[in-house]
Design a protein around this ligand. Structure first.
Ligand SMILES: [Zn+2]
Length: 294
């Protein structure tokens, strides 16, 4: 993704890795032929035609306003014990080096905003230091939604989701860097949240507004660009798939031809784009299309 600007707000992407995912496993009621019909714009960044697999980018967004440097979602992380998902298990990747290469030191982050508390959005909240999990961003306040935090805090050891909570959320709470927020939270006039429960009970999007321009970090409300065309597809990743679908349909309706730039958590390559109506239905139009792929 080329650096983006929303008025005076700058947005950059830091990629951790790209993960292939089977379309039917992700969207059980999708028509696989829909991917084939859209391959002219899905390949190569969003779909690999050779393996017929979706491509999910794991990345964070760095948002710089005049006042704050904000990290939106923190990917999978290193050394995390994730035996259920081998691709996420005990990783050892250079994500922090990629951040520093982009001019962002961990110490410079003022806020970390996790759209929700799934393992691929909280991993770099912490890092392993002398056998203990410590916050990766020592000067940041971490913004967690109350509904997600309370759901995670009820989990018992051994239950699904407990391990990510224990190694990537609890250490932040114990270091007094967590800020548990309700649906009415806003950071300031430019950075506000849009509660979108369904994928998780407290899932939120992050709205950016500056000088009449708008952007939205959509987290896992939308997993793949094909859901812009088909927001009705249910996903296998959601705590409440029906609620998530209703939120997604409303979101896509509200943002069609709105001019807002969509920054989705798992769209690869050029990533940033707008939802535009067309004669044959909605389209996802990239802000900076890559004309060089063949
Ligand atoms: Zn995710």
């Amino acid at each position: 993704m080329k650096p983006q600007s929303i008025g005076t707000i700058a947005v950059n992407k830091v990629v951790e890795t790209i993960m292939p995912f089977d379309p039917v496993a992700g969207f059980p009621d999708c028509d696989p032929a829909a991917f084939t019909a859209n391959m002219d714009w899905l390949a190569p960044h969003f779909f690999d035609p050779a393996s017929f697999m979706m491509l999910f980018s794991m990345h964070s967004f760095v948002v710089r306003t005049a006042h704050h440097t904000i990290l939106i979602d923190t990917c999978i992380g290193n050394h995390k014990d994730r035996p259920m998902i081998p691709f996420w298990n005990q990783r050892n990747g250079p994500f922090l080096d990629f951040m520093r290469d982009g001019g962002v030191a961990p110490e410079s982050i003022d806020y970390v905003m996790c759209t929700h508390l799934h393992a691929d959005h909280i991993g770099w909240n912490t890092r392993l230091e002398n056998g203990r999990w410590v916050p990766t961003f020592p000067n940041a306040r971490y913004i967690f939604s109350r509904a997600d935090y309370e759901a995670a805090a009820q989990l018992k050891p051994g239950e699904r989701g407990y391990q990510p909570y224990a190694d990537s959320v609890l250490p932040v709470v114990e270091s007094r860097q967590a800020q548990i927020v309700g649906n009415d939270f806003s950071l300031d006039d430019e950075v506000t949240i849009l509660p979108t429960p369904g994928h998780t009970p407290g899932h939120y999007c992050v709205n950016l507004a500056s000088q009449g321009q708008r952007g939205v970090m959509t987290g896992d409300l939308i997993h793949h660009p094909m859901q812009i065309l088909h927001p009705e597809w249910l996903t296998s990743f959601c705590v409440d798939p029906q609620a998530s679908r209703a939120q997604r349909i409303k979101f896509v309706d509200d943002h069609t031809d709105s001019g807002a730039t969509i920054f989705a958590a798992h769209f690869g390559g050029p990533t940033a784009g707008k939802i535009v109506s067309g004669r044959t239905g909605r389209r996802f139009v990239l802000n900076d299309p890559d004309h060089h792929h063949g």
